[in-house]
Ligand binder design. Sequence first.
Ligand SMILES: *Cc1c(COP(=O)(O)O)cnc(C)c1O
Length: 396
Amino acid sequence: MENHFAQDLNERLRELRGQRLHRELRRVDSPQTPQIKINGQTLLNFSSNDYLGLANDPAVKNAAIDAVQRFGAGAGASRLVCGSLAPFHELEENLARLKKTEAALTFSTGSAAALGTVTALLDKDDIVIIDKLVHASLVDAAKLSGAKLRVFAHNDLNDLEDKLKWAATKRSAGLKPRILIITESVFSMDGDLAPLKEIIELKDRFGAWLMLDEAHATGIFGKTGGGFADEIGASDRIEIQMGTLGKALGASGGYIAGSRSLIDFLVNRARSFVFSTAPVPASAAAAQAALEIVCSADGRLRRKSLWNHVSNLKTQLGLETVSSPIIPLIIGDETKALSTASALLDQGIFVPAIRFPTVSRGAARLRVTVTAAHTESDLATLVRSWQTTQPALCSR
Ligand SMILES: *Cc1c(COP(=O)(O)O)cnc(C)c1O
């Protein structure tokens, strides 16, 4: 039996290697800062989503340490079972303020927030319409909900409208499906933005609901870091806002923000919340300390430096459209993406090659993420090394 099992796995692993899609963990012996240590080598790190450099900020780290001292290392049980520790409540109140919503609820991860929320809201008689490029956790959530799933072409308003028209025919047939649109404000592997205003107008016109994933926008868009919906003044027109505490907020966990009744409903029905031990209080306290920085003058300075870096990299890499700190250098072929990443690694630069199934086959890329903690000289080193990996196309 064991042989059979090992044989099956090894066959599938061989297949992955053959397609150049096999992945391995790299052990890092340092914090996730602009410099990381791998295999004894110090590398310049352009892979982290810690956009504001908060994961290693002294105030954020001290908040986590303090929470361990006051509330312990673990949370004991699900918040509904053993009581709900104060750091979660403080964080949720402040998240709601940041998001300009009535209430918020935290989960152990952003993925858990997505899964718990969509499956709680929808059942098989409902309709869920997702952008082609939404995060895997949202695809899984949509499938698991059992609702009828439709996918619209990435950021394509005409296609979204077609899907909404189709959904409307179900309504006129006397059924009463809930219709939920799911998209992201900043797309995680392309770094581009959703046409949010137009999507909101469409969903209102068709009586649909919108769930917006702000995983890569919270903390870096909006005057006080509230996100992209906040930046365009649309927070009160979106039924469900979600995000993670693990990216710009430098900690770990996920959240949903929205009306009081949404949060009340999720506390009762979101299975990933109800049937899961609460996260460690230290992660909530760290996120809370990060959130305070995000809203402060220091946060504004960090955003300013981040967006300066984004604009400098855009110019220096000669790219036409860059809308966020996620800068995809599209290569296409998986093998070539790997060899380019490894050429950069040889020069002391860590940029991950992103391949299927994270992106489509043949759309492999280097995914550069820049943070406020980088220096101008870090950027210059990246640009120089990137240029050495590019064959001179138009040299003369
Ligand atoms: C990272 C990410 C998530 C998941 O958040 P975690 O806290 O890492 O589980 C969800 N959506 C998007 C778009 C993400 O990039």
